[in-house]
Design a protein around this ligand. Structure first.
Ligand SMILES: Cc1cc2nc3c(=O)[nH]c(=O)nc-3n(C[C@H](O)[C@H](O)[C@H](O)COP(=O)(O)O)c2cc1C
Length: 447
């Protein structure tokens, strides 16, 4: 813990931190972010000095029914299920990894965030992951209709009885038996009085921490965070012995530490600044912001190690690589890990990327051709040959799905990201018109 945080919190009473839990005090943490908060991004944040990482919000019903498996290739724990396919039994699908974590590198540092509007479902969902994480956080701040229409996220700010009952149920039925902390992430309300009344109730539920996003529900992300309620929220938390983390326009570790001192809060949470350069968690004294190429190299390494879904990897690459850069344009064109690494000249990652492309059934998409000394497998060659014959016979040679002829080399493999409420699909705009038709026209196959 930093000396600043120690001096801020020394006199405060404390809700005891459970044996398998973690104290939020003195911590600069990675915010929960759907899409941007998958395992590789969390490992990246930890590498650059984040003290704790929040996983992306996962809806209670999405994790309920998942099987827990250890991936034999990398030791990651994967919670997977078969997709429902909208009830259509005719669609053949692969198992989806709903949540993936690294039990070694995230040990003692991962907080699982859930979206819920029901104490029963919240408890059921939390029990599935509780033994593998250090805390469970309830998202009570998401303003998007997909969340609020189901009574989740920011809707809970308007139904405090329900929010309190969810937190109490989690503390009693998950926090105590599993000995982990329960926490909540809220937004400020329009008036300090309304926020104070809400926070006063929440801190009496047995939670160990509360994060306050210093924007109201109607505020857009680009509007500057407002901090005039922050000291009051921290005071209410401290009187009850609950750690208070601030969130909203925190740009770096040093900035977070300065704000903690200024507003008397216990920790600071960073979202969008970490999305664009996760080395913001490194203090100036330790080197400050790293060049984007270093960050992207490490990010791709973590993606490959954790077998991240390519669509998700490319989403964050779009954030991490500066837009005007020529390598950015190049990387956007890549449709495989191998091509991404080759276009970015990360030669040391290529051999691992080849293996992952084969595993994820992407190797038939190598746009730069098979890497030197690595001819396409016979199955892939057959598919390509069939395409050529189809073209010669007047067809367009396009395969609707590229999985049929290529041997699958083991699983479980992520086939889709769920939930995926953030709509932006930057990689879709990245199809290179110069790619031959069979590749360019195909929709992204499941990876
Ligand atoms: C891409 C993205 C996804 C997000 N997903 C979540 C989420 O799953 N749960 C949540 O509580 N907040 C989510 N948020 C909100 C952030 O956690 C954070 O509260 C907000 O971005 C303000 O922090 P900042 O000013 O540092 O960006 C998301 C934000 C972004 C940009």
């Amino acid at each position: 813990m930093s000396s600043i945080a120690e001096s801020v919190t020394a006199a405060a009473p404390r809700v005891p931190i459970p044996a398998n839990g973690v104290d939020y005090r003195g911590k600069i943490v990675l915010a929960p972010m759907v899409r941007s908060g998958e395992l590789p991004s969390r490992l990246l944040a930890l590498k650059y000095g984040a003290d704790l990482v929040w996983g992306p919000e996962t809806i209670d019903r999405a994790i309920i029914g998942c099987q827990r498996q250890v991936n034999p290739r990398n030791g990651c724990i994967e919670f997977s299920r078969m997709p429902s396919n909208g009830g259509r039994p005719d669609i053949v699908s692969k198992e989806s990894v709903i949540y993936r974590l690294d039990p070694v590198r995230e040990k003692g540092r991962l907080i699982y965030q859930m979206g819920t509007a029901s104490p029963e479902l919240a408890v059921q969902a939390a029990k599935i992951v509780a033994a593998d994480v250090s805390g469970i956080d309830v998202n009570s701040g998401c303003p998007k209709p997909f969340s609020t229409s189901g009574g989740m996220g920011a809707a809970l700010l308007r139904t405090p009885d329900k929010l309190v009952s969810i937190l109490e149920a989690l503390v009693r039925e998950v926090g105590e038996p599993f000995q982990i902390g329960i926490s909540v992430k809220i937004r400020i309300l329009e008036s300090p009085e309304a926020t104070e009344a809400l926070v006063s109730r929440l801190v009496r539920t047995g939670i160990t921490g509360l994060t306050v996003h210093c924007r109201t529900t109607p505020m857009r992300p680009r509007e500057r965070a407002i901090r005039h309620q922050l000291r009051m929220v921290a005071d209410v938390c401290h009187k009850a012995g609950v750690a208070c983390i601030m969130n909203g326009d925190v740009t770096s570790r040093d900035h977070g530490l300065a704000l903690m001192e200024e507003f008397g809060v216990d920790g600071a949470m960073i979202a969008t600044s970490a999305e664009s350069n996760s080395s913001c968690f490194r203090s100036e004294a330790d080197g400050g912001l790293a060049p984007w190429r270093d960050v992207v190299h490490e990010y791709l390494r973590f993606c490959i190690e954790s077998e991240n879904r390519l669509g998700n990897t490319k989403y964050l690459l779009n954030m991490l690589i500066p837009g005007k850069n020529e390598e950015f344009k190049q990387a956007k064109l890549s449709r495989t890990y191998t091509d991404s690494c080759r276009r970015l000249k990360f030669d040391d990652l290529v051999s691992q990327a080849i293996l992952l492309d084969e595993l994820l059934d992407l190797d038939h998409k190598w746009e730069l051709g098979p890497p030197e000394g690595h001819p396409r497998s016979k199955a892939v060659q057959n598919v390509m040959a069939n395409n050529e014959s189809a073209k010669a016979a007047g067809g367009d040679g396009t395969r609707s799905k590229a999985t049929s002829s290529v041997a699958h080399k083991g699983g479980p493999i992520r086939t889709s990201s769920f939930p995926a409420p953030v709509k932006a699909e930057p990689e879709q705009a990245a199809v290179d018109p110069s790619i031959p038709a069979p590749m360019a026209q195909k929709s992204e196959v499941a990876v």
